[in-house]
Design a protein around this ligand. Structure first.
Ligand SMILES: [Zn+2]
Length: 448
């Protein structure tokens, strides 16, 4: 036993990479020598230590802490440690193909330790998967979920719809003990929206929406907590131009209006979070360089051979992103709560890599590097109402950490250089997890 222990220590002394395979889940760790960005927006600590005990952060300090009894020391000199990322708009079914295991692993590999699943096409299966992650039987971020979409209109493969308040409330009752929030979708009928919103609010759920049938301002007045897709779904401000596609109508929006100012003031005043989801739209933009050039390697054979990104209506794409970024700039200047959601669906913006690009896109909208990091960490935790447990590197919180080779506060592109991820004190090696995901996104049996 003693020999084994010494052997183990030699392994961990080599690198964090080796530790990922060898660490026992209950190991207490002392990380030292690294820069710490705590997620609150404060300046980085240049040389800090983090003591992890029983999966939680037991202490954070500048300089090297004395090695606590029973803890294993890991030298992270030259690295930067960030809080685990919160993806506020997650899905586990790229291209309508449920792929829970691969997607979850890819998310974790990229540093996403918390994922808010914003609508499932197989909510029962996602719930089972979530429970398995919780029990340690599957690997992935901690999953919170809205369960099924709340949508009206004819039912489709993706949506079971609700068309009366009674139906909507029945669906809510069926799911309320298994979900953390509600996601309203495009065609939800106002009477269904109102009935479920009230019930969900009473139960303290997080209510968000990809709105269209409901005006954004009305939804805010009624108490919605989050807005998905930013300016792109503030339907009441998008000009109705006959014969023009939605992207071009958005690209022609005028953002200097008192109506938008009023909406932004309400977003700020009522602490409504804004999830702009820039990345999934970039997946459709031909001129946007792939941030993962070899993204096709994550697709299974049959999908890899036949899939190409569905590029269309490219002429309005630059305007589409310009408007989103101008909107975010306004929200940011007034102090609104901006979060990162990546809406993973198109395989050219693969899960786990997507959140890095989303942070970079936020800086293109004028956020400071530190505030883009905060959007992906503490802001997400606040939006999820989990800030007591996650979102920043502070004593008492869960030890959810991302180890980065680089200094993303100085160069935000370096946020993509994730080398390992710690979730509740357990270390995962990014390259190893990603290797396990090669060829892993597959067509489900029914659609082969
Ligand atoms: Zn979505």
């Amino acid at each position: 036993m003693k020999f084994f222990r010494i052997g183990f220590l030699c392994v961990v002394a080599l690198s964090l990479f080796s530790l990922a395979g060898a660490q026992n889940a209950s190991e207490d760790l002392l990380l030292h020598g690294m820069r710490i960005i705590d997620g609150t927006g404060k300046e980085a600590i240049e040389n800090g230590s983090i003591y992890i005990k029983n999966g939680r952060i037991a202490a954070v300090s500048e300089g090297k802490m004395d090695l606590p009894k029973g803890a294993t020391a890991i030298d992270l000199s030259g690295k930067t440690v960030l809080p685990g990322f919160v993806n506020m708009h997650a899905h586990f079914w790229p291209l309508d193909q449920p792929n829970h295991r691969t997607v979850a692993k890819m998310m974790l590999a990229g540093g996403i330790t918390t994922a808010f699943s914003l609508g499932d096409i197989e909510p029962e299966k996602l719930y089972d998967f979530r429970m398995k992650v919780k029990a340690g039987e599957e690997i992935g971020p901690t999953i919170y979920s809205v369960g099924p979409y709340f949508q009206s209109g004819p039912a489709s493969k993706r949506f079971r719809t609700v068309n009366t308040p009674e139906e909507a409330l029945a669906l809510y009752e069926k799911w309320k003990d298994k979900i953390d929030g509600i996601k309203f979708y495009v065609f939800i009928k106002p009477e269904c929206f109102e009935a479920v919103l009230k019930a969900a609010q009473k139960d303290g759920k997080i209510v968000t929406g990809h709105l269209s049938s409901i005006k954004t301002e009305d939804a805010i007045d009624m108490g919605i907590n989050g807005l998905e897709h930013g300016i792109w779904t503030i339907e009441e401000l998008i000009p109705k131009i006959e014969g023009t596609g939605n992207f071009c109508r958005i690209a022609s929006m005028n953002l200097d209006t008192s109506a938008l100012d009023r909406i932004i003031d309400k977003i700020v005043e009522k602490e409504v979070y804004v999830s702009p989801t820039i990345v999934p739209m970039e997946a459709l933009w031909k001129d946007q360089p792939d941030f993962v050039p070899n993204w096709k390697m994550y697709l299974g054979d049959s999908l890899r051979l036949k899939y190409n990104p569905p590029y269309s209506s490219q002429q309005c794409m630059p305007g589409l992103f310009e408007k989103q970024k101008a909107f975010l700039q306004k929200v940011y200047k007034k102090g609104g709560l901006i979060v990162t959601g990546t809406d993973p669906f198109y395989p050219n913006t693969p899960p786990g890599f997507d959140i890095h690009r989303e942070m970079i896109a936020l800086t293109e909208a004028g956020l400071s590097n530190m505030d883009a990091i905060k959007a992906a960490t503490l802001n997400g935790a606040i939006a999820l109402k989990k800030e007591k447990d996650i979102g920043s590197i502070e004593k008492g919180k869960l030890a959810n950490l991302v180890v980065i080779a680089g200094r993303p506060d100085l160069d935000i592109a370096e946020v993509a250089n994730v080398i390992s991820v710690i979730k509740e004190g357990k270390v995962y090696n990014t390259a190893q997890l990603r290797n396990e995901c090669i060829g892993g996104i597959k067509l489900s049996k029914s659609s082969k």
